[in-house]
Design a binder for this molecule. Structure first.
Ligand SMILES: Cc1ncc(COP(=O)(O)O)c(C=O)c1O
Length: 411
């Protein structure tokens, strides 16, 4: 018999969404007439911008003509898109990158999940808690952890708690770590690290030889001037950080799939004998071996995000979601609730009233207002007593949700 990778067995089933679905079904069974509003979704709802659609249509037509047909493209992405990324997202902010330092992909989820393959299993990993689960689960699968304990934590992982007490700013670890995942702006807490805070991490990584894996999938939602749009705005970061970005939440590509990862050639890791190697070379090797490129049509669509019309249309979509975030945020604050996020991210993270358990608050919100959100415990042990709402719904249901919370929620 073939032996399986037993690390997979350490992972609990995807309990969170299964349990949410189960509770909704029970509720629907008892209340068949209820009009449920879902403020738990992490997916976008606005359509792709017209500039993207036009570019994709044109690319589809090209694919139908022998003279312009494209087969396999470069695994790292087409130059036309890489150049637009560098020019608009980096050069404009004073960051110099080479074309071979940007890798176009089919999503930040695959990239943040796959990146750990180029690091030794022996590395120690730090994650913020609560966390986007992909960072943790992929390291469990790779065997960088022990078992899941009764406290909801895997042994072998350094958890960096983020809560109201530390203003969702993780403290530097007091034991040595080699790989640090940071997500700014953050899913699920909706909070962000300032340049000053991020500099502490870059300095730590430089001093200790750690690598920062910086997930910036929500960069487009930053509104405050002291929040960096790229980790490379911080001096020294090009020696220690890999950055992940996505067109998913920026331009509605969740179903279309396009993202990119920046691996500067100056980011190094060492072999057991201490010899340094460029991580860029390893990631290039990994991608050219296991990935055959993002479709041409999709990359042409992503390129259009950077056209003058595309930029305007994307901004309108981001503004739309952020107006929802404001409605949710201000509505909850007016009730005296403790609310975080929603300023630099489309996520609102609230402290459950009266110290309710996250799941008890889920049931209360669903029962009294017919609104679904996500219990904070689903993102890690430090999410206990918190709850996530998202701004990705449509305006009408977001407004209706806040009216219901104001008029029906008993707090
Ligand atoms: C923090 C974070 N990173 C990455 C992703 C995935 O992005 P993509 O759609 O590009 O795979 C998500 C999606 O929810 C996310 O919240």
């Amino acid at each position: 018999m073939a032996l399986l990778n037993e690390n997979y067995l350490k992972l609990p089933g995807s309990y969170l969404f299964a349990e949410i679905a189960r509770r909704i079904n029970v509720f629907k069974g008892d209340n068949p007439e209820a009009n449920i509003i879902r403020l738990g979704i992490g997916d976008v709802t606005r359509p792709l911008p017209p500039a993207v659609i036009t570019a994709m249509h044109k690319a589809v037509d090209e694919m139908g003509q022998a003279a312009t047909f494209r087969g396999y493209g470069p695994e790292q992405g087409y130059g036309f898109l890489i150049q637009k990324v560098i020019e608009n997202d980096y050069t404009s902010r004073g960051i110099a990158l080479g074309e071979d330092e940007v890798f176009i992909s089919d999503g930040a989820k695959s990239d943040v999940g796959n990146i750990q393959e180029i690091f030794a299993v022996a590395n120690t990993v730090a994650i913020t808690d609560p966390v986007y689960p992909v960072y943790l689960d992929t390291n469990v699968m790779a065997g960088r952890t022990g078992e899941l304990g009764g406290d909801g934590k895997f042994t072998g992982i350094t958890y960096l708690p983020c809560n109201a007490e530390n203003k969702f700013t993780p403290a530097l670890p007091n034991t040595k770590v080699d790989i640090i995942y940071l997500c700014v702006p953050n899913n699920p807490t909706g909070t962000a690290l300032s340049k000053t805070e991020l500099k502490k991490w870059v300095d730590y990584a430089k001093k200790s030889g750690a690598v920062i894996l910086y997930d910036s999938a929500y960069e487009a939602y930053i509104t405050e001037s002291d929040i960096p749009h790229s980790i490379y705005e911080i001096e020294g970061a090009k020696e220690v950080a890999i950055e992940f970005r996505s067109f998913s939440k920026t331009a509605g590509f969740t179903g279309t799939r396009c993202a990119y990862t920046v691996v500067p050639k100056t980011v190094m890791a060492v072999t057991a004998d201490g010899t340094p190697h460029q991580l860029n070379k390893l990631w290039n090797r990994r991608q050219t071996t296991k990935f055959n490129g993002t479709p041409y049509i999709i990359q042409r669509g992503a390129e259009a995000v950077y056209s003058p019309e595309g930029k305007q249309q994307v901004k309108a979509v981001v503004d739309y979601y952020m107006a929802n975030a404001k409605i949710i945020r201000e509505g909850l604050i007016s009730l005296g609730l403790e609310v975080y996020g929603g300023v630099n991210a489309p996520y609102i993270w609230l402290k459950t009233p009266n110290n309710l358990d996250s799941w008890d608050f889920f049931d209360k919100l669903l029962g009294e207002t017919h609104i679904v959100g996500t219990p904070g415990t689903g993102f890690g042990p430090s999410g206990a007593g918190y709850f996530r709402l998202t701004a990705f719904g449509n305006r009408e249901s977001t407004e209706e949700a806040i009216i219901r919370i104001k008029t029906r929620l008993k707090i």
